[in-house]
Design a protein. Structure first.
Lengths: 289, 762, 160
């Protein structure tokens, strides 16, 4: 049994170097709210923990003219306190804020939530709905990838063994845009999402829908895009018929499991309910913006 | 009733009924108070237990050789290090009295009987090394079929847990191995006649799952053994004297050589009334000659300590049009877990006890299954039974178009009535509780859309039993009170309030402590809501002995007969005949004189308290159900309880509020979830869903005082009654919100949504 | 075994300790530093009994590594009372019976303190959600919430 090592590199390059040297036994450590729990439960036995919290660019939020760069190790608490990101992408922020307690928020990060690759991760449906990209660093340099290509299965990502996510990039939303995230849990807090729904949409000048992206979490091995949402909503106003169609489409793409948090039947049903509710909220936000 | 413990006349108390500072309070808000895992001894080792990954399996071999040679490991043990004990004769004793079972629950011998069952243990110089060392122990198992459900476990073809166990209480007797350990039944009147008289009969089935007490502090202890056979044990327990007894008998040690100190305890609710890993820590300490610390992880707490039983119940109640209940019949199966003994007797006695029904039958089946051995949880056996009865009465009230509280009032037991198992009610406060509920604004408040209001009543007869106390007077006029009951919820406060009340002195002059087992006579558990009652009685007796001696001292000082000295408001007062020469002597003055005039003054009392009276608790709960998701939101909750007399009112309220929220969790989201291999899937607080602060509203406690005349201060135990009716009240609220009867707890959202969509719960 | 040498400020005192990579802040507090006021209820961030304040933020100490704390500022329950005077929250919890067994109390006091520092005028709902990460099994939360609301009002009134 090898002894666990802890490293705290101060640059991206140094972190990549440690990942490359550690091959399978190295794990990126940001908030640790999933990592340390999995180690405690003997689900993983890493050999090296690479603490990235000393690397400046993974801890910064930068609002530019075209986009917003959020360091992968920015905590939920810090994101929640950032007035500008809150105003531009309230759905992404509220998704991240739903993760765990305030104490967990003081540590949990969006990069960690994404790369832990739980099918029920709260930030991921909102990020995918927002068409966010992940900036990945590795031995071969950096690359940008749509967030929906990161998670490939429960606990699995498309990252190479020497790669890690450095930043999440959100586009600047167009005018008259709104996003929202809702989840169903059996209590009011402290639960893993049984169903999660994120939607981002924008409106034309005439008040009809210009564009929409809807993504569902915890209803399939990875987050699913509700492809039919565009056909149902674009060019239309929000009415009961449209909402019903959205609900059906959402239920239709579900491929969930029965587990200790919910049944197939329940998740499928509630996905439709949440699709309706989250779209209503995003629409109201778009009208106000 | 104890002759010495006559109640005081009048109700103008100085301290009883007021909120006084909690003697252990500052230590608890500053982090200074030491719980089970806060004891650090020099040279202390750390222990870890290897646990079975199978629900049911034969142990073929255990190889500890690699663990033994790991650097830092000082001892490794298996069940060979725990003495075996013969089967009880016949094998009919519940586990609490059967050391054959206790030995095997502490560490498995021939078989493992549940996922998490202890198999081996290691003591090492650090917890990290101990954790790694247990992984090196190799165990060969032969996996056997398992059973989890009590009804399935009771079938003749179920996998058998104990080949030597057969069902007691059957006629004719049987020697066929069975998971059904015993059957307890009570009957009176003529059931057939009773149902024939009924205008309305309702027959229902109810299921509930095991729920854990959920104490936030996991079990933890430190054992320090000496080469001369003595042992010091520091442990988080609800009964250190019982722990000593169990350890002594299990490990064949002399009781006097074992000194157990109860740490502060971070919650118990009945779950810490027995021993789990303490014997392992003790043996490892004896093997190494060093103190051994054993602390369970949360996962171990769920896998290997006792939750309450899960249940399956069939119940039938008949009533006349005017609401008179004419007959009641209930059968209930409790799953005892891996070893025999579950509270079916309490269930049989609880089903119908709030109601005066002529024709009754109740039968309980006590069934072993491959789950952790069930332990007590706050009114053990009662909440499930009450949920069934109150669920039926909820429906009955609607069918008969009678107000739910009027239905209870119509049938309510009164003084002199008898429960099914023969408990005769003396002075009880059920009518008062029901009337308070009916006239409370909550009962008539308007409900909004998707909301429902539930009402339920619960009965509980708390414990009396063995308690010891001593009171020692100091030169400076302060008094130490020692009892043997760990303080879970503030009982030390009440002890000193009663002592100060007896003496008529400032409550701050009294210092209450929980003494270790070497310092005091036997005290039974802090459980069964008995502490303020029984231990309070012992404290009162001990204090009265001190008063007696103070009177004698004053008499000696004044040279008058002791009959001419009375004790009043903290002073010895001479009778009128002797007043001229002698001014009254205060408590403080007399204390200063004692050692110079005869010797230290102390009082002590060892009693077996009796005379306890039943307590009733009713609850009103409003919930809102989201019809599209089945999400339940408790909106308003009021608890009405006959508390006898509230010695420390804030803390009595606290018992009512805490139990109400446990009931909410039990009714809505708490349950043990297993896979088809018998593995427990939710071993942590993430998926064992207890209520968090945002899940519940304020809980309004309405205390009704109908004093028990058998206690010097009219005390009734208050800890357990409020859980008896809590899950039932919440469940009834949900049923009334959605208009569909539900038949299994917890009422989690998928169940509710399905019921709403299909119109029924089956 | 490699040990990390860490210097952190704990309750205002500069404190040195060594720890292995796998030791959490909770392990260090209770083991190396013998500050047992911070409790271990679950070890997985679900109960909040181990809540301490690190660099001004309330966190679960079971999910922070000792090795990452060089230069950090840590506040535990042991530092809440100052110079023999209880913090208003500590006093109010005693006055209003906002604890029974007391094992969740250190975590709740730390979380409530952090909550009020960030939001001095919270509603009942905000307090309930703010304390959602702190399990209490004894009190049913009622008296805890009331105590925090009352302290908030008193602190606002006195301008602290």
């Amino acid at each position: 049994m090898t002894e666990l090592k802890y490293e705290a590199p101060e640059t991206v390059e140094a972190a990549v170097g440690l990942l490359a040297a550690g091959t399978q036994g190295a794990k990126i450590f940001a908030g640790g709210t999933d990592l340390l729990v999995q180690m405690r439960e003997d689900l993983i036995e890493p050999e090296v923990l690479i603490d990235i919290k000393k690397i400046a660019e993974v801890r910064a939020i930068t609002v530019g003219s075209d986009d917003i760069k959020i360091g992968a190790a920015v905590t939920g608490a810090e994101l929640g306190e950032h007035a500008e990101v809150n105003a531009l992408w309230p759905g992404v922020v509220e998704a991240m804020e739903l993760i765990g307690s305030d104490q967990v928020q003081g540590r949990a990060t969006m990069g960690g939530n994404l790369c832990n690759a739980s099918p029920a991760a709260d930030s991921v449906p909102a990020l995918i709905a927002a068409a966010a990209k992940a900036v990945i660093a590795g031995s071969g340099g950096t690359r940008e990838v749509p967030v929906e290509e990161i998670v490939t299965g429960p606990g699995q990502t498309s990252l190479g063994p020497d790669e890690f996510v450095v930043q999440i990039i959100l586009p600047k939303p167009p005018t008259r845009a709104g996003d929202a995230y809702l989840r169903f849990i059996p209590r009011t807090e402290m639960d893993i999402a049984v169903v999660g729904a994120g939607v981002s949409l924008s409106l034309n000048d005439d008040g009809t829908c210009a564009a929409v992206r809807m993504a569902l979490g915890a209803v399939a091995p990875t987050v699913v895009l509700v492809e039919a949402a565009s056909d149902i909503l674009v060019g239309k106003n929000l009415d009961d018929a449209v909402l019903d169609a959205l609900a059906s489409a959402a239920s239709g793409v579900c491929n969930p499991i029965d587990d200790k948090r919910g049944t197939i039947e329940f998740r499928t049903k509630v996905a439709g309910v949440l699709a309706r509710r989250v779209t209503t909220i995003a629409w109201q936000r778009a009208e106000k913006s | 009733m104890n002759e010495e413990s006559k109640p005081r006349a009048g109700s103008n108390y100085k301290w009883v009924g007021s909120n006084t500072p909690r003697p252990d309070g500052v230590d608890k808000v500053t982090g200074r108070a030491r719980y089970g895992d806060d004891m650090i001894l020099p040279g202390m080792l750390h222990a870890k237990i290897l646990r079975s990954p199978h629900a049911h399996a034969k142990i073929i071999s255990i190889d500890t050789s690699e663990a033994e040679v790991m650097k830092g490991v000082k001892a490794v043990m298996t069940s060979a290090a725990i003495p075996d004990h013969p089967l009880s004769e016949p094998p009919y004793l519940p586990i609490i009295n059967d050391f054959h079972d206790i030995s095997r629950n502490v560490m498995a011998r021939e078989k493992v009987l549940y996922d998490g069952h202890a198999v081996a243990a290691v003591a090492a110089t650090s917890e990290s090394i101990a954790r790694k060392a247990v992984k090196l122990i190799k165990v060969e198992y032969e996996v056997l079929p398992h059973v989890l459900d009590p009804l399935e476990g009771a079938q003749p073809d179920a996998p058998i847990l104990h080949e030597h166990q057969y069902t007691a209480g059957t006629d004719p007797e049987t020697s066929q191995p069975s998971n059904v350990f015993r059957i307890i039944s009570g009957e009176r009147g003529d059931l057939e006649k009773g149902f024939a008289e009924a205008d309305e009969i309702i027959e229902r089935e109810f299921r509930s799952q095991p729920v854990h007490q959920g104490y936030i502090e996991p079990m933890a202890c430190v054992a320090a053994a000496s080469e001369d056979g003595t042992l010091e044990l520091w442990t988080s327990t609800q009964g250190h004297f019982v722990a000593r007894t169990l350890l002594a008998k299990l490990l064949n040690m002399d009781m006097a050589k074992i000194r157990v100190t109860a740490s502060e305890i971070g919650g118990g609710f009945g779950g810490k009334t027995t021993i789990y890993a303490e014997p392992v820590a003790v043996r490892l300490s004896q093997m190494t000659g060093r103190p051994v610390r054993m602390a369970m992880t949360r996962s171990e707490v769920f896998r290997a300590t006792g939750p309450t039983v899960g249940s399956y119940c069939k119940i039938k109640i008949g009533a006349k049009k005017d609401g008179t209940i004419t007959a009641g019949h209930a059968d209930i199966w409790y799953q005892a877990g891996a070893f025999k003994g579950s509270p079916i007797g309490r269930a049989v006695d609880t089903f119908f006890s709030p109601y005066n029904i002529e024709n009754l039958k109740a039968t309980g089946y006590d069934v072993c299954v491959n789950r952790p051995k069930a332990a007590a949880y706050r009114a053990p056996g009662a909440p499930m039974a009450a949920s069934a009865t109150e669920g039926v009465l909820n429906e009955l009230a609607k069918r008969l178009d009678i107000d739910p509280i009027d239905l209870r009032l119509k049938n309510a037991v009164k003084d002199g009535d008898q429960s099914l198992m023969g408990t005769k009610h003396s002075r009880i406060g059920l009518i008062e509780v029901l009337e308070q509920a009916k006239s409370h604004p909550h009962y008539s408040a308007a409900l909004e859309a998707n909301q429902g209001r539930g009402f339920a009543v619960g009965y509980w007869l708390h414990g009396g039993g063995l308690s010891s106390a001593s009171a020692n007077l100091h030169d400076d006029g302060t008094l130490s009170i020692a009892t043997g009951n760990p303080d879970i919820g503030g009982s030390r406060s009440s002890m000193r309030v009663m002592a100060a009340e007896e003496l008529g002195i400032d409550v701050e002059l009294v210092k209450p402590i929980v003494a270790d087992t070497g310092s005091l006579g036997f005290s039974y558990l802090t459980a069964g809501s008995r502490t303020t009652y029984a231990t309070g009685m012992a404290v009162v007796n001990a204090t009265r002995e001190v008063i007696e001696k103070l009177r004698e001292l004053a008499a000696k000082k004044w040279d008058i007969p002791v009959e001419d000295v009375t004790w009043d408001s903290g002073q010895a007062v001479p009778s009128d005949a002797h007043k001229g020469d002698n001014k009254p002597l205060s408590f403080g003055q007399l204390a200063g004189m004692a050692t110079k005039m005869g010797g230290p003054i102390a009082g002590h009392s060892e009693i077996n308290a009796t005379g306890q009276g039943a307590a009733f608790c009713a609850q009103l709960v409003d919930v809102e159900v989201d019809p599209e998701t089945g999400f339940v939101s408790p909106k308003r909750h009021t608890v009405f309880q006959d508390v006898g007399r509230a010695i420390s009112p804030d803390y009595v309220e606290g018992q009512m509020q805490g139990a109400a929220v446990q009931g909410i969790g039990w009714a809505l989201n708490e349950e043990y979830i297993y896979d088809d291999q018998g593995h427990l899937l939710n071993t942590g607080f993430l998926d064992y869903r207890m209520p968090v602060a945002s899940d519940v509203p304020m809980i309004e406690p309405v205390m009704i005082e109908v004093p028990n005349p058998n206690h010097p201060y009219g005390v009734r135990g208050v800890g357990e009654p409020p859980l008896v009716s809590a899950p039932a009240a919440v469940a009834n609220a949900v049923e009334n919100a959605i208009g569909i009867t539900m038949s299994s707890l917890p009422l989690s959202p998928p169940k509710i949504l399905k019921a709403i969509e299909t119109g029924s719960s089956s | 075994m490699t040990k990390h040498n860490i210097t952190a400020t704990i309750n205002g005192d500069e404190t040195e300790f060594t720890c292995s990579a796998e030791q959490t802040l909770l392990d260090v507090l209770r083991g190396e530093l013998q500050l047992t006021g911070t409790k271990n209820g679950c070890g997985t961030g679900d109960c909040g009994a181990c809540t301490v304040i690190v660099n001004g933020r309330p966190v679960n100490s079971c999910l922070v590594l000792g090795a990452e704390l060089d230069g950090a500022n840590v506040e535990t329950i042991e530092g809440m009372a100052k110079g023999g005077e209880l913090h208003p929250l500590q006093q109010k919890f005693l006055d209003q019976a906002a604890l029974q067994c007391g094992v969740c109390t250190p975590g709740i006091l730390n979380m409530a303190k952090a909550l009020l520092e960030k939001n001095p005028d919270p509603t009942e709902t905000e307090i309930r959600f703010g304390l959602a990460g702190n399990l209490c099994r004894c009190t049913g939360y009622d008296k805890i919430i009331r105590a925090v609301m009352d302290v908030a009002a008193e602190m606002r009134a006195s301008g602290s």
